[in-house]
Design a protein around this ligand. Structure first.
Ligand SMILES: [Mn+2]
Length: 498
């Protein structure tokens, strides 16, 4: 019995032998929990083949992670570790405590084995009494046969994992994704050391696997691109629902909360949910880059900066920002800032092409930002555009745009986070990479260096692009970007069904 369940004993009902006998009988035969092979399965198999080739003869262990306590006896909704999702094809809610093991074969290559907690029989106490895992409480889990059919790998009971993971640990390199399941990491470290591994070298051994798995996600396959398209399509639905409800958000008060809820409703309905906490920032809140408190009002005359993305059931997420005039029309000052950010974004998008480096996107966008700041007279006296772009002695423009312009996007909103600088920032763009392009300009209400007309205006425009053979495709092009097109979009959406 878990700690959480012990704590709940003050609310427990009596369980009699008569009840136990009664509750286990007269259930119809179980139906499979899966209908057939997952569309992700063949792609996950190719990804595993790439990992297998990179680590011949080694045991590779990729946990999904366990349930995380939110408070007392309630857990957060489960989300598998991204590397586990990528290599199994499993998505939302699947599969707490599971572990993927790539077991080296004598003839070369690896066998993929998924250790997990299969559905318990109805004559078990778990069936009706386990509030964390039991079918009565959280629903039926797949059987071993279900998972083998769904994913095309070998399924085993999680109870067999510990012995299998430590087997031959003295004579074989074992690598583990360490941050997925801390309890598992602790026990596997102990088992490896007991079998002769050097404790000091474990983290380094493991980091090589984590790095490889992160970098493996950098070029997306066709399945992943389709998932990204679906995520963006759902995101457009959410943005349009917010636009349609802007008058309501103003009238009701606490409008940022309303916007967060409206977007979240459609994220949940069209996909799995939001891919990250939505930034619903009205007025000066837009100048707080990660404003996820969303506690403010939305007022007529404000800009609403909405940075939000739908995550689909295979966990790929969109990441789109639009800055919308709440009353449908940009003021002159708002438009002046908006047009500058748009020009920077356009320059950034044009820099997305094979042969260019990742860092060229930011370089192109930030130059346009710097040019506008210079033309507005905001850079220090005597500082030219070139001076501020100097990375050693300049960078004054960062007062108004402190963040980068791009990041890789996929299962994680900031995907491929463990790739090296050479593989990320300094790498050439390749077809199949999915990136954001998202410059901004942020003039805080109390920024005395900003012209008065700009104070309290924050603008970011963010799109999701996929690198193609000769440039890029803007996946989120269906959401208008220019100031005129945004105003027309608001009119069109708010005019529907009226
Ligand atoms: Mn982003």
């Amino acid at each position: 019995m878990s700690e959480e369940q012990k704590q709940a004993e003050n609310r427990a009902r009596p369980t009699t032998d008569e009840f136990r006998a009664f509750v286990k009988e007269d259930w119809a035969p179980r139906r499979p929990t899966v209908s057939g092979p997952s569309p992700a399965a063949p792609y996950a198999a190719s990804r595993r083949a790439a990992v297998s080739a990179a680590f011949p003869g080694e045991r590779l262990i990729v946990p999904a992670g366990g349930l995380k306590v939110r408070s007392n006896d309630t857990d957060y909704v489960f989300r598998p570790h991204s590397a586990f999702a990528h290599l199994t094809g499993l998505g939302a809610d699947r599969e707490p405590d599971a572990v993927l093991v790539l077991e080296p074969l004598a003839e070369g290559g690896h066998e993929a084995v998924l250790y997990f907690r299969p559905l318990a029989d109805r004559d078990s106490d778990e069936f009706f009494a386990d509030t964390r895992y039991g079918e009565f409480w959280v629903g039926a889990r797949p059987s071993i046969e279900d998972v083998e059919l769904e994913l095309g790998l070998t399924g085993r009971h999680i109870d067999e994992f510990a012995a299998a993971a430590a087997k031959d640990a003295g004579s074989m390199v074992i690598r583990l994704v360490r941050d997925a399941d801390r309890d598992l990491t602790r026990s596997l470290d102990a088992a490896r050391v007991e079998n002769g591994a050097q404790e000091e070298s474990l983290a380094e051994t493991d980091d090589a696997l984590a790095h490889h798995l992160s970098h493996l996600r950098m070029v997306k396959d066709e399945f992943e691109i389709e998932q990204m398209r679906a995520a963006v399509a759902g995101t457009k639905v959410g943005f349009e629902a917010v636009i349609a409800d802007l008058p309501e958000a103003v009238a009701k008060g606490r409008g940022e909360r309303w916007v967060e809820g409206v977007f979240g409703l459609h994220a949940r309905h069209t996909g799995n949910g939001v891919g990250y906490d939505s930034i619903c920032a009205s007025g000066d809140h837009a100048n707080t880059l990660h404003w996820i408190k969303n506690t403010g009002d939305i007022k007529d005359g404000d800009l609403l900066l909405l940075d939000a993305g739908v995550e689909v059931e295979h966990l790929y997420t969109a990441d789109v920002t639009r800055t919308l005039p709440v009353n449908g029309t940009f003021s002159d000052a708002q438009r002046e800032v908006y047009d500058a950010v748009y020009a920077a974004q356009q320059a950034g998008i044009e820099a997305v092409k094979p042969g260019n480096k990742f860092s060229d996107i930011h370089a192109a966008a930030i130059r346009v930002i710097a040019e506008h700041l210079h033309a507005w007279g905001l850079l220090p006296e005597g500082v030219s555009v070139e001076d501020t772009l100097d990375t050693e002695h300049g960078q004054f423009h960062r007062r108004w745009m402190v963040h980068g312009t791009s990041h890789h996007l996929g299962i994680d909103v900031h995907d491929c986070a463990l790739a090296t600088r050479a593989e990320y920032m300094d790498a050439e763009l390749e077809p199949g990479m999915v990136l954001t392009v998202e410059p901004g300009l942020y003039f805080k209400a109390d920024d005395l260096k900003a012209p008065e007309r700009f104070r309290g205006i924050g603008v970011r425009i963010e799109d999701d692009v996929v690198v193609t053979a000769d440039g890029c495709e803007n996946l989120s092009a269906g959401m208008p970007r220019t100031a005129d097109d945004v105003e027309a979009w608001i009119r069109e959406v708010q005019g529907r069904n009226v």
